[in-house]
Structure formats: structure tokens, C-alpha cells
Write a protein that binds this ligand. Sequence first.
Ligand SMILES: *Cc1c(COP(=O)(O)O)cnc(C)c1O
Length: 388
Amino acid sequence: MDLSYILNELGEERVNYFNAIAPPIIQTSNFTFPDVATMRRDMVQEHAVPFYTRGNNPTVQILCKKLAALEGAEEALVLASGSAAIASAVLANVAQGDHIVSVAKPYSWTLRLMRDLLPRFGVTTTFVDGTDVANFEKAIQPNTKVIYLESPNSFTFELQDIAAVARLAKARGIVTMIDNSYSTPIYQQPIKVGIDLTLHSASKYIGGHSDLVAGVICGSEEMIRKIFYSEFMTLGGIISPMNAWLMLRGLRTLPLRLAQSSRSAKMIVEFLEQHPVVRRVYYPFSPSHPQYELAQQQMTGCGGLLTMALHTDRMEVVDAFANSLKRFLLGVSWGGHESLVFPASVTYPTGEAEPGDTNFTLIRLYIGLEETSALLEDLKQALNRINV
Ligand SMILES: *Cc1c(COP(=O)(O)O)cnc(C)c1O
């Protein structure tokens, strides 16, 4: 199935809605039935037919079909946020006494799930440096049920060898899952190399317009069905039909948006890497990235999220740089149309770091859809103000 067929046709049964190109937003909580026998039949197949919108909604169903096809998965679920998707997928695969091996430094709320919340239910996690597959192997215990990946990692974009970890886990009957938000299914398809579940914050590239929060779980029919009738229906973290419709609209242009974001990011990385006040740039598709080879091997492209570090040991310099950018807006998140700057210095509540801690020099940039030249000019003027 080609990409444009998935984005433009798959799941869209237009004869059911006046042959409209844009699907309808079926803004309803429940559905009605012609007789008791039909209702009885549908009540036990809520995953497949509209019954009540906490389970199944036709607008959301179109979206699920497209997302599953994009990932090369059998089925997909869409949830109210990336965090809801991550928490549901993890919870579905652990029980009291179980153990998780996770890549170190996952997305901050994933870290809280594993470090703070799950121990309350007797589930523990070992965090490992994911750049060496052997670290996963060493951390596996007899009660390990899940290996959790995020490749590239948040903020500094370390990679894990996805295929190697999948092989390792399969041989031991351990479930693997990966947060694939950074690459989207357009640039990385982990299920094809043996990962069980892929997870997304669709608030980023998949939504793509900074107007919704949503999450996705993709996997086999068996695994998705299990999550549907347990965590999904029980915790009830569903997406609204309206937001599903916005995601459908976002998907139409996903490859184009990624291509533009990626093209600009590449030029910006090249510019930053030769600038004298920039100490280092973190970007998987830069030859300076320590795992450049692996990135080329397992990703077919690289989006617009990168991090730079300035040559400075003063937090005021970092803050001033972020303040002086005009086209890069100061904010969290990424994947929308607008370029963003998120300096790590924000995470220091007192505005000061302990001696020796230089993490505050990291500045994450998201490259949006503006003209590359406008973004380069903005970075140039902001860097020129810096005396290091
Ligand atoms: C934003 C983000 C999340 C969380 O997604 P929400 O939709 O905000 O809940 C998870 N993982 C990564 C890599 C993210 O960037």
C-alpha cells in the first residue's frame, strides 16, 4: 500500500457520507440499535463496531486504520495524549512483581511513570544506557516483562539499535515497545524490525498544527485487542471525534511537513556546527553524531528537532540567547508549523546550576515550516550578540 493511498483513501468509506472528501466528525457519545438482538451482538464486539464513543467512534476508526497502516501494524488505538498511550501500553504488559528495562532518560513523564508511579504497584524499572545493546541484556531479570525504548532519546538524541534489542527480547519472550514520536512512521518503522508496540505523541508531527494533544499505540491485533478491553476502556483516556478529525487533516500533509522541517534542519545544523560560539550540535543525521551510522541504517530521514550547546558557563548567556530569538518562539512541544526554542536553563528553578553541571547550556530547537532563510537570519542575529 503506497503512502498517498493510506493518507488519502484508506478507511474512507465516502458512500456512507454523501461522497464527501472530508470525513464527517461523528460528534456523538452513543449509538442506537434497531432491536435487542443487534444490540446484544454488538455489545460484545465494541472494538469493531460503534456502540459507545469511549470504545469506538467512526471518525476515530478512520484515523486508527491509517495510523496502523503507516506503522506497518495490524491495528492502532488513539488516546487523549502521548502520555495516556505510553501509560496504557506499559500498564497492559506488567503486573505486580514484574520488572521493566528502559532506556535511560526517556521522555520526562515516561520517567515518572516508571520511577514514581509503577513502584506503588510493585513494578520496578532498571534504566540503562541504550547506546550499547549489551546493557539491555545485562539488565534483564527473570521477571523482566517489558523493554522500553525511545530512539532517538529526548533532548540529546542517543539511539538504540532497535532491531538488535527486538531480537534479544524475542528470544526471551519479553515485550518490546518504543516511543517513535521523534521519527514518525514516515522516517522509522520499528514494527518491521520486530518491535511489538510503537507509541506516539501525536501532539507533535502527526497532529502537526499545535492545536491538539493526542497519543497512538500500534501493534498486532492480539496485543491491541487486549489493551482495548482493559486499559483503554477502563482508564477511558480517549480522543474526541473533533480531535481525531484534526489529526486526519494533519496526516494529509505529514510527509510534506516532515520533508520541509528536515530540509531546513539539515541546513541549520550545518550553519550551527561551523559557528564559533556553538560548542556542539546534537542531531542524529549530522556526521558529528556518535551514532551517525546507526541513524542512517535504521531511520530513513530525520525531522526538525535538534539541540545545540553554547560555548559558555553562564546561564544568563543561554537565557539571553533564547530571549533574543524572534522567529523561534519560546515554548515546549514541537512538530507544529512554528519553530520553537526550549532552553534547558528553564528547568533550573533558581536560575543557577551546581558547580560542574553544564546541562543548562543545552538549547533545544524545533525547526518548523518557515522559510529556512528567515530562521537562519534569526539564529545569526542572536548568536552575534553573544560574547563568550
Ligand atoms: C511530547 C512527548 C510525549 C508526551 O506526549 P503528550 O502528547 O504531550 O502526552 C512523549 N514522548 C515524547 C518523545 C514527546 O516528545
